[in-house]
Design a protein around this ligand. Structure first.
Ligand code: CMP
Length: 140
């Protein structure tokens, strides 16, 4: 498989519980390299723009409120098949459906407070990485 980059976000429920290091360890143990990383507080405008694809969904307003409720860690992960690999390590969106040993199964509180986000395709990964990172902020 090819070396890819994907966007990961450690969400406010996880930063609040001081889980950044534990989640990063899971990512690194899975062979993903954290080649860009920044802790930020999303504005409402940024959250709405980032999640624009979900604008018509019933959970959009709550999702944007949650994502702006505390700090997040945005990160670029690099590795062999990184998009799919990260989704495996994260587990299903709803932690109740996530496989044992995945980040969401072990750490997530709910479908909304599900600890991490990961790009769902290579195209979205490129778009989402560019949303938060300049190429000069990514050091492979
Ligand atoms: P994420 O991968 O960040 O992409 C969109 C997010 O919406 C998703 O993770 C969930 O945390 C959140 N969400 C909240 N409610 C739902 C829902 N009913 N279905 C799917 N996603 C939801």
């Amino acid at each position: 498989m090819a070396i890819e980059r994907t966007l990961s976000i450690i969400k406010p429920d996880a930063t609040r519980r001081n889980l950044t290091g534990k989640i990063n360890a899971r990512l690194e143990e899975a062979g993903l390299r954290i080649v860009g990383q920044r802790r930020i507080r999303l504005t409402r405008e940024m959250a709405e723009k980032f999640y624009a694809v979900h604008a018509e969904r019933s959970f959009f307003n709550d999702l944007c409120a949650f994502m702006t409720s505390g700090p997040v860690v945005v990160q670029v992960l690099e590795g062999d098949g990184a998009v799919a690999r990260n989704r495996e390590v994260m587990g299903a969106t709803n932690p109740q459906n996530a496989a044992p040993g995945t980040i969401r199964r072990d750490f997530a509180e709910s479908i909304e407070a599900n600890s991490v986000h990961g790009s769902d395709s290579l195209d979205n990964a490129a778009r989402e990485v560019a949303f938060f990172f300049a190429e000069t902020d990514i050091v492979g």
